[in-house]
Design a protein around this ligand. Sequence first.
Ligand code: BMA
Length: 838
Amino acid sequence: MSEIELHKNWSFKNSTDSVWNAATVPGTVHTDLLSNGTIDDPFYRLNEHHLQWIDKLDWEYKTNFNLSKKDLSKQHIELDFEGLDTYSSVYLNDSLILQTDNMFRNYTAEVKELLKVGDNKLHIIFQSPIKKGIEKYDAQGYKIPVSDNDLSEIGKVEDNKQVSIYTRKAGYHFGWDWGPRLVTSGIWRPIKLRSWNHHKIDDVFIKQDSLGAKANMSALIEVTSNGTEEHSTIDIIVNNKPVKTVDVQLTTGKYTLNIPFEIDNPQLWWPNGMGEQVLYDVNVKLTSGSYVDSKAHKIGLRTIELVQEPDSIGTSFYFKVNGHPVFMKGANYIPQDIFLPRVTKENYEHILSSAQEANMNMIRVWGGGIYENDEFYQLCDEKGLLVWQDFMFACAMFPGDSSFLDNVKQEAIENVKRLRNHTSIALWCGNNEVLSAWENWGWKKKVTNEQSKAIADTIWKAYDDIFHNILPDVVNTYDGSRAYWPSSPGSAFGKTESNDKGDKHYWMVWWGKEPFDKYNTEIPRFMSEYGFQSFPELSTVEKYALPKDYNIYSEVMKSHQRSSIGNGTIDEYMLRHYKKPKDFESFLYVSQLLQAHGIQVGMEAHRRHRDRCMGSLYWQLNDCWPVASWSSIDYYGKWKALQYTAKKAFQNLLISTENSKDSIHFFVVSDLLKNTTANLQISLLDFNGTILKQWQQPIVLEANTSKKYYSLNKNDILNEVDAHNVVLHAELISETDTKTLSENTFYLSPYKDLSFPEPELTYIIKEHYNYFEVILNTKKLAKNVYLSSDSNFNFSDNYFDMLPNTEKVVTIKKTAFDNLKSFKNRLNIMTLIDTYKD
Ligand code: BMA
């Protein structure tokens, strides 16, 4: 088999134009217009609003490619389109070979007959997804509810028609409450020309049938063959060693072979933080005479179950991996750019390494984006990040006509088959918040009242068909090893949002303006979403706004804040916890502290209550453009305060407190699989460093448990002490080598009421071969030490508290042009108290 990628010589134009311009494939119309200088950066200031004409036009792409006689000598030649966005007609040498209507699908066409020696022409016409959407919308005859995330008003669509649901295309392209509205078209994934003789392996599924002293496996191999006289052989090769050879007689046609094999002495794959991520190279080779085709996958051996069993609370909802219940620590992931082909290998590596470093073990691929690239899942396999995989449906009801349903079914089959070999996939979930919207946000009632009961039934029937029939059938047939969960949040029975069973999205903090403290009592069985917004740091804001825009209520800043209640809500919560920051930059920084503080309350509460709740996935890990949002990492990869806080709150050993009326209770959460002994030491110190009181207790930390190990009476703590001037510092100290295993600090008054001293913070910088070291020393308490430089790299720690008379070493990678002097000049260090002063 040979394969060439057709990524060269592309040009594009809109259908009414006659001039062709250079295009990049894979790419999008918007990014091509940008690189040709036709439009300005869509993310800059208000540009997005002036670019809404692009999605109303049809666009054409064409290329020429040369083939030799030898190229054409193969028996079969096919074109493989890995991703076309979205309504396209594909012409090869002026013959129509394909029409597409789903960006999530992979399309192939057998093209040998149409190809010729010499020059060949490929021409793709993309119809406007908005025009197509309006046609379908108008033909529908009734109104299907869609959330306000479809920003048809910004899109300047006629009569504000929300047309997103008619097109199988990433929902967030039409806008979201953290994203721009930029509805792309284009060749977003590679096009390949593939040729072969005799036979071709179309797909290999490496299935783990059972795991014990041996791993019993099957290779399900889909083959297309021309039929051969002689015998063919299939070899299964594991880590370069043949483990099975089978003779087969290939006949003409497409079929599946099932070859069982074994792996001796299996080494298990573990989620991040629990052990190694051992991956076996499994290569399947099909040989007929001198003709060979092969496909390889990297496979981890592990068991995974979603345990839903009746218990004293209701019904459990947790994952068991290799027989152990695992608390899922993680975040929700959205696509990393509104223009998908711009996301590089390095971007994937950075975001997923950041998740791994922050001690996460689960990522939820949310249903308003895309089924991610293979690279994404490979990295998750390697880094021990389990994936909660939504199908791509979010916050809307959907059409239910047979062509839509067939399209969805095909999309599901292709994506389940593409992703099922990835060890990281833990769960298939039907949709994001569609069930909630229908049952709890009033959509069912609204449709019944405003249209009719019959229309409501029709809309529900489409839901039932997709999420209770088509998708679970596909998961069962093509995977069969992971659970299917119809909707997040929800249970299969239409009852949602309960704390006793299923997963929950808790948004009363933020949307309901409830205090962060509510996270301590609203504890579900699995928290798959909760979140709070913050602003990105100044160096990110500088990339989309001018100094004259530096006010969160300016047009430009408001346009980069898409939550209808965003700015007001941040303002309101900020004043509950912090003093009003003196200026714009201080405001950005405090907004991050606020977010980190709030979500820390949630992360710790969920973990302390692991007897009830077995997952904490905050909303959201990353951004798709520079914006104020719930993310913990901004569009440029900068860690916000929340990302550093998550790293601490998700450590395997966590000390956390719970307040009752009279006492503070000290819990230790251990995600370790073995008991450990340690000393718990709690110190009460004032901001100048005087230790006022100290308590100690040797404890045995129970494996995979959260337990209260110590309680202090509030009167005892505060007797003769000023609560505005003290901090409790709790440490777990190893019995063997007196190393600190974990630590945490607790303040006894709201931050805004604390009387911070001038910290008397000093630092020196040391230059190393490829990084700088900043050695900080403080005499008095330094709250939320924030280091900034205009580097693209992140500091090893940031936004941290330094106790009085302590030293802290922070590192940052060097860029190619850095030297000590330039770094010194760019480094800026501030603490919370600097946001108070004029
Ligand atoms: C959630 C998500 C998104 C949204 C977020 C913030 O529930 O599923 O739809 O962006 O809330 O509002």
